[in-house]
Design a protein around this ligand. Structure first.
Ligand SMILES: Cc1cc2nc3c(=O)[nH]c(=O)nc-3n(C[C@H](O)[C@H](O)[C@H](O)COP(=O)(O)OP(=O)(O)OC[C@H]3O[C@@H](n4cnc5c(N)ncnc54)[C@H](O)[C@@H]3O)c2cc1C
Length: 289
């Protein structure tokens, strides 16, 4: 077996597709926790007409059936480094591609986790178009108002009815001025609950067709760190070919570049898979000397 891909969402499956088409023998492991799994549709993905996240992945898996690529459902808890490669999920491989993605830490406000992916989302580029020109709320992450100010200003491109709820945080005069210039209203009361169609503040109810939140992102798996790869600011450090700081281990998609949208994660993975193939080819040739 040439390559184990750990994580079989858009990035992992795209890496496997590029490697399979390069006649590499690949195994993909996935335990079904794609980051957008709570969402009803994948938007902003050229060539795919707003599929459900699991539909998009099912099409990807079907595409892989043409090639020497096995996809296995299940979690990989450990990768063993051996003399001539790695053992991952019981398979002896020459290279490992980490496509394990991110986990979102949500604001601790009642109603947010229940509605996540539906009426509560994070990214206007993914979910702004569908609610353009409607009343929108940007909910801050308590204690980090600068991030929510920037997000509220961004959101004002999709609607002129945007309110930033700081959930108790006070803003500076410069932040208020910035929001004012973007036409964003501000409420600094504590947020009691996010409900269907509204946000309950202390003493008031604010209409909200959709609530955009600021999240903290964490690596979904600690495999990269345990394998000795450098991880900085929550991202596995790689070169442009997805090579981590550990030889033979690659990181693709949001594992390496957290801000990527789905199509960007797939594109990143494809580029990295080309590098994996080139590195294996070099090893193939050097062993024939
Ligand atoms: C609510 C929400 C909605 C979104 N909507 C959109 C949208 O409409 N359009 C868009 O472009 N982007 C959207 N995104 C962003 C999109 O989800 C990401 O860009 C994309 O999922 C990144 O893909 P990835 O393959 O890098 O990681 P992920 O999708 O996070 O996939 C990682 C995979 O690795 C698996 N995994 C992790 N650890 C292990 C392990 N140890 N063993 C086996 N498997 C493992 C997980 O189960 C998961 O399937 C949305 C994000 C969220 C949170």
């Amino acid at each position: 077996m040439d390559v184990a891909v750990i994580g079989g969402s858009v990035a992992g499956l795209q890496a496997a597709l590029t490697l399979g088409r390069a006649r590499r023998q690949v195994v993909v492991f996935d335990d079904g926790r794609a980051r957008n799994r709570a969402a009803s549709h994948v938007h902003n993905f050229l060539g795919a007409e707003q599929p459900a996240p699991d539909e998009l992945l099912a099409v990807g898996r079907r595409q892989l059936a043409t090639y020497d690529v096995a996809v296995r459902d299940g979690r990989v808890d450990d990768v063993e480094v051996v003399d001539d490669g790695f053992v991952a999920g019981g398979e002896h491989v020459r290279a490992v591609v980490l496509a394990t993605g991110l986990r979102d830490e949500l604001p601790d406000v009642p109603g947010v986790a229940d509605r996540w992916g539906q009426s509560v989302v994070a990214c206007p580029h993914c979910h702004g178009w569908e609610v353009r020109d409607q009343p929108l709320v940007q909910l801050g992450m308590r204690g980090a108002p600068e991030r929510s100010v920037a997000r509220a200003v961004l959101l004002s491109r999709w609607s002129d009815d945007v309110t930033l709820c700081t959930d108790g945080d006070e803003l500076t005069a410069a932040q208020r001025d910035q929001l004012d210039r973007a036409g964003v209203a501000v409420r600094t009361e504590r947020v009691e609950e996010v409900r269907a169609g509204s946000v309950a503040l202390t003493g008031a109810d604010l209409p909200a067709r959709r609530v955009f939140v600021v999240v903290r992102q964490h690596q979904q798996s600690d495999l990269a760190e345990r394998l000795g790869c450098q991880v900085t600011d929550g991202a596995v450090v790689t070169d442009e070919g997805g090579r981590t700081t550990m030889p033979g281990i690659y990181a693709v998609g949001t594992t390496a570049s957290p801000a990527l949208l789905a199509i960007g994660a797939a594109g990143h993975a494809s580029t990295a898979a080309v590098a994996v193939h080139a590195d294996l080819l070099e090893l193939d040739l050097s062993s024939r000397r």
